[in-house]
Design a binder for this molecule. Structure first.
Ligand code: GCO
Ligand code: MN
Ligand code: MN
Length: 386
């Protein structure tokens, strides 16, 4: 059955191999679903109507694979992508699973670990480029601490800067044309992770040798874990020209990293997010970094993946409805009503004119802003009665 909520390639919906391939292991229980090979995952993604597939190096090629095995795996994966019309928009590197990274990768105190992490990342960049990826995500899951006795955090920042600068040069030297997207998370798996929020990375990027090559990959769950408004983080990244990628999922504040189906925990926040992305014309991938409940078999995993995309498209339609609603538009016009510019550009004249101006504070504060009505109309759209 196809309807207006059926995903199409132009929606640019992507999933990581690790998302639909997630086997449901958690700290308290083992895997509940059998392993799917990368080729089987590509087939599943095509069946549910996705556009793209992303991977960490070791989602595709096991860490101990021989060069021959690597080449065979890449060949079969590329063939599967071609057969099913699935593209590879993004690649990333696993710098968290292997015990060598137990105290971080780029920020480790051990120079050999830092060098190995860089080598592994260059190889992951080679792999991604071979399959057409133009975005390279860096998530520093182990770049953090349990005890701050281990190193000074400003030292960790310098080490990460050296690594990202090196990787930018490598991309330029190889002609890969990558855009790097840095992904923040406040904690888990470490007690604290450096660069806990998207805003922290936005400040860091400006200190790099090639800031134009580096942006962010904000994730719904991660800002929500920190108790923040995700859409505001996305808006700051967008305004700075740094929204290179996005990880969509859902999360209740104050919990472990839940990675729920997009829109399933807080549909209102998801609505504002989708409305923002669509209003500004974000044209990058809409990547679902989430996984199915542990209760599901692979039919349930398909329900999960279809649900992520369908909810996005439903919210997109709700956003169009919101933008076209005459009562909402009338309220917005009223809210914006002013007489003229606020203050213009600074000059001696504009400054002294502003210093001389009289304001009627009581009058300015007396008008109700009708946000209750505006929000209720929003709720009625979301709840399907408007
Ligand atoms: C997480 C992260 C990861 C990253 C992925 C890409 O909390 O586990 O979101 O899923 O997005 O490793 O680097
Ligand atoms: Mn996550
Ligand atoms: Mn993520």
């Amino acid at each position: 059955m196809t309807d207006k909520y059926t995903p199409r390639p132009e929606h640019r919906f992507s999933f990581g191999l690790w998302t639909v391939g997630n086997r449901g292991r958690d700290p308290f229980g083992a895997e509940v679903r059998p392993t799917l090979s990368p080729v089987e995952i590509v087939r599943l993604l095509a069946e549910v109507g996705a556009w793209g597939v992303n991977f960490h190096d070791n989602d595709l090629v096991p860490i101990d694979a021989t060069p021959q095995e690597r080449d065979r795996i890449v060949r079969e994966f590329r063939q599967a992508c071609e057969d099913h019309g699935i593209v590879v928009p993004m690649a990333t590197v696993n710098l968290f699973f292997d015990p060598v990274f137990r105290d971080g990768a780029f920020t480790s105190n051990d120079a050999r670990v830092r060098a190995y992490a860089l080598q592994k990342t260059m190889r992951a960049m080679d792999l991604g480029a071979e399959l057409g990826a133009k975005i390279f995500v860096l998530w520093g899951g182990r770049e953090g601490t349990e005890t701050d006795g281990c190193r000074r955090p400003d030292e960790a920042i310098k080490r990460l800067r050296d690594a990202v600068n090196f990787l930018c040069e490598y991309s330029l030297d190889q002609g890969y044309d990558y855009k790097f997207a840095l992904e923040a998370k406040p904690n888990e798996p470490r007690a604290d992770i450096y660069f806990p929020t998207t805003g922290a990375y936005l400040a860091f990027i400006e200190t790099l040798d090639h800031p134009e090559m580096v942006g962010v990959n904000p994730e719904v769950a991660h800002e929500t874990m920190a108790g923040l408004n995700f859409m505001h983080a996305v808006a700051q990244a967008w305004e700075a020209g740094k929204l290179f990628h996005i990880d969509l999922n859902d999360q209740l504040p104050g919990r472990y990293d839940q990675d729920f189906r997009f829109g399933s925990a807080n549909p209102k926040a998801a609505f504002w997010l989708v409305k923002f992305l669509e209003d500004v014309g974000y044209a990058g991938p809409r990547h679902f970094d989430a996984h199915a409940y542990r209760t599901e078999d692979y039919e349930g995993v398909k329900d999960f993946a279809r649900g992520c995309m369908r909810t996005y498209l439903i919210l997109k339609e709700k956003a169009e409805r919101w933008n076209a609603d005459p009562e909402i538009q009338a309220l917005l016009a009223e809210i914006k009503e002013t007489d003229g510019e606020a203050f213009g550009k600074f000059s001696k004249e504009t400054a002294s004119a502003l210093l001389a101006r009289q304001f009627d504070r009581a009058a300015l504060a007396s008008k109700g802003l009708k946000y209750e009505r505006l929000d209720q109309l929003t709720m009625e759209i979301l709840l399907g009665v408007r």
